[in-house]
Design a binder for this molecule. Structure first.
Ligand code: COA
Ligand code: AMP
Length: 625
């Protein structure tokens, strides 16, 4: 039997024993006696009576075990020209002070703290400081507009909001504080304090009485110790797009998460302690939570926090420069980042300037790894390129080529095989198992392994109805796909309204709500269409209200502005086209899939349920223009 199969079977046949052994790899305050049990909602929970502290595992444990002077975090910021290193003891001391500051502001175990921060070390410190106190952080991606922040503040009800005066994008400084002020103004929930880290590139006005200057309050604070929490206590809430305008607050626990993070570093990423691991992502996304902050530190690695882009900061050699400069052992990013590099440096001239001898593996996730990108990166770097599939909800990979256990043959287009602990099954509409190569719903048989969400923040019904009730005993991933005769998993795309734009998860349903809110619009459809660089981009089709007369271009620019203002520039909503009518079924359901197929130039079958077939001709005509 192969090493992988052996490991997979162990986890599948005796999950309690398997995860108990993995749990022994981390430093508990109280080791759990209950490995797997059900909570009051009937949801499986891992390590329920164990006690630990995630910040302890990430920092203090290493300080106490000979790693105090090893580098914990490297900050490399081409957009500000800054490079900085923090040893484990330095980072621990900084974090303990930030925790002390939060405690002075009344933050206690279980309280929420919202972070709206750019990619600066203080963002990671703030997350770890919350973990230190047993407080629950909720990081909101800096590319989201005030409305998105307001929705999250209202749902999480934070005592404190932590922010910076500005974020820095390629060649532009984005003032964050006015966005935070607007979000709080629009939110029914008001935090007691807003703590602002002032950056010299753009200072914020701290005019409101709740505003505090980060450096002043942190300097005045005393270091705070780690507060023991239960394994099942939440570590963070991370909001993610679903089918409606209201994002879902994915809850992550402390114990299962820490165990999963630790296990993944050796089994999936094959990383040695004390080596450099770089997730080129953003702390606002799950990849940033798991693999910029928690997993590399829990494992005792050096993590890299990069405030830049794969291109234009300053050139497409940026990733390779960082890999050489810090002797990165493994890099992890989204395929779109490598497509951007390929576009600007197709021959690898920039790449050839750098010594990549220490780089062992390139990991990709966040969207489907298209075979041409896989091929280009493999050829240019001569390194294994590993696709792996996961979601905000799971917090770590569901399927991967587990190179820490056994390197399997790469099949382009496949995320390889289920990670031990996950039982992936493809089901058809009636819940029957699909045959090999037959597409269906990608589901996970319960129990889910440690690390996966146990609920949606303050909305358990949404967890039940969105994920668990479709197929009894299974978690519905929201992706469609198939397993081939050798057990390789192919993820073919979402079965709901979620789209993936440059590795960023967004909801077309939410965009439709924003577009449909324009006074001239009677109805609309937003679909994700293919884009060579970003994978998918949204396209809006709108029908005007009777009697409205407006110039198409002027309306399109208003709608683009509206989505930028209400969701954010990151939505990349740049196209809105006026149509006479939308194709619908006789029961009134908009045929979004067919619209997408027409836009992508794919063959499509006219559904037998269509109300008016000529509506498709109308779409073809408009899209041809
Ligand atoms: N804060 C504020 N604004 C942000 C932002 C942030 N953190 N991130 C993106 N934006 C803005 C950009 O400035 C841009 O605004 P503009 O339309 O006014 O110019 C808009 O959102 C779109 O940004 P993006 O999709 O990043 O496009 P880009 O052309 O600037 O860059 C890539 C394209 C491919 C280089 C970039 O998307 C990328 O690096 N993607 C990788 C994504 C990733 O790491 N995902 C995490 C999953 S692992
Ligand atoms: P997020 O929650 O932002 O991580 O997005 C999760 C979604 O991204 C998944 O449900 C998939 O649709 C998609 N995704 C992530 N990784 C992959 C991958 N390796 N292959 C295909 N799709 C992926």
């Amino acid at each position: 039997m192969s090493n992988y199969q052996n490991e997979y079977n162990k986890a599948a046949n005796n999950p309690q024993q398997f995860w108990k052994e993995q749990a022994q790899q981390i430093d508990w305050f109280t080791f759990p006696t209950q490995i797997l049990s059900d909570d009051e909602n009937g949801i499986e929970r891992w390590f329920a009576d164990g006690e630990l502290n995630t910040c302890w595992l990430a920092l203090d444990y290493h300080v106490a075990n000979g790693r105090a002077d090893n580098t914990a975090l490297i900050y490399d910021s081409p957009v500000t020209g800054t490079k900085k290193r923090y040893t484990y003891v330095e980072l621990r001391d900084e974090v303990a002070k930030v925790a002390g500051m939060l405690s002075n502001l009344g933050v206690e175990k279980g309280d929420r703290v919202v972070l709206y921060m750019p990619m600066i070390p203080e963002a990671a410190m703030a997350m770890l400081a919350c973990a230190r106190l047993g407080a629950i952080h909720s990081v909101v991606f800096g590319g989201f507009a005030p409305n998105e922040l307001a929705v999250r503040i209202e749902d999480a009800e934070p005592k404190v909001v932590l922010t910076a005066s500005c974020g820095i994008e390629v060649n532009k400084v984005l003032a964050y504080k006015p966005l935070v002020d607007k979000a709080i103004m629009d939110s029914r929930w008001k935090p007691s304090n807003v703590v602002v880290f002032q950056r010299s590139q753009g200072l914020a006005n701290l005019g409101h009485e709740r505003d505090l200057d980060w450096k002043t309050v942190v300097t005045a604070a005393k270091p705070h110790e780690c507060v023991p929490v239960k394994a099942t206590d939440p570590l963070y809430i991370l909001y993610t797009s679903g089918t409606t305008g209201k994002p879902k607050g994915v809850v992550r626990d402390n114990g299962g998460h820490a165990v999963a993070m630790k296990y993944s570093m050796s089994s999936i990423y094959n990383i040695d302690q004390d080596r450099v691991f770089w997730a080129a992502s953003d702390v606002g996304w799950v990849v940033g939570h798991s693999y910029i902050v928690y997993a590399p530190l829990i494992h005792g690695c050096t993590t890299l926090l990069f405030e830049g882009k794969p291109v234009r900061t300053p050139d497409p050699g940026a990733f390779w420069r960082v890999c050489e400069e810090y002797q990165v052992q493994a890099i992890f990013s989204a395929p779109t980042a490598f497509r951007a590099i390929k576009k600007e440096d197709p021959q690898g001239i920039e790449l050839a300037k750098y010594d990549l001898s220490k780089l062992e593996t390139i990991f990709m996730a966040g969207e489907r790894l298209d075979p041409p990108t896989l091929e280009w990166v493999s050829e240019m770097t001569n390194k294994p390129v590993i696709d792996h599939w996961w979601q905000t909800e799971t917090g770590w990979a569901i399927a991967a080529n587990m190179i820490g256990i056994e390197m399997m043959t790469v099949k382009p287009g496949s995320a390889t095989v289920p990670v031990p602990g996950y039982q992936v099954e493809i089901l058809d509409e009636s819940g029957e198992q699909a045959k090999a190569n037959q597409q269906g719903y990608v589901t996970l048989k319960r129990p889910l392994p440690p690390g996966c969400l146990p609920t949606v923040w303050r909305n358990h019904d949404r967890f039940q109805s969105g994920y668990l009730s479709h197929f009894e005993g299974y978690y519905l991933s929201g992706d469609g796909g198939y397993v081939d005769e050798e057990g390789y998993l192919f993820i073919m795309g979402r079965i709901d309204d979620v789209i993936n734009v440059a590795g960023h998860r967004l909801s077309t349903g939410e965009m439709e709500e924003v577009v449909g809110g324009h006074p001239a619009i009677a109805e609309c459809a937003v679909v994700g269409i293919h884009d060579d660089l970003k994978g998918q981009i949204p396209l809006g089709l709108v029908v005007l209200k009777d009697g409205v007369s407006v110039e198409d271009a002027a309306l399109a620019s208003e709608l683009v502005g509206k989505v930028r203002a209400e969701i954010g520039a990151v939505a990349c909503f740049d196209q809105a086209l006026v149509v006479d009518r939308l194709p619908k079924t006789r029961s009134g359901k908009i045929l979004r899939r067919v619209i997408r197929q027409i836009a992508d130039g794919e063959q499509y079958v006219v559904p037998s349920t269509i109300d008016d077939p000529s509506s498709l001709t109308e779409i073809e005509r408009v899209l041809e223009r």
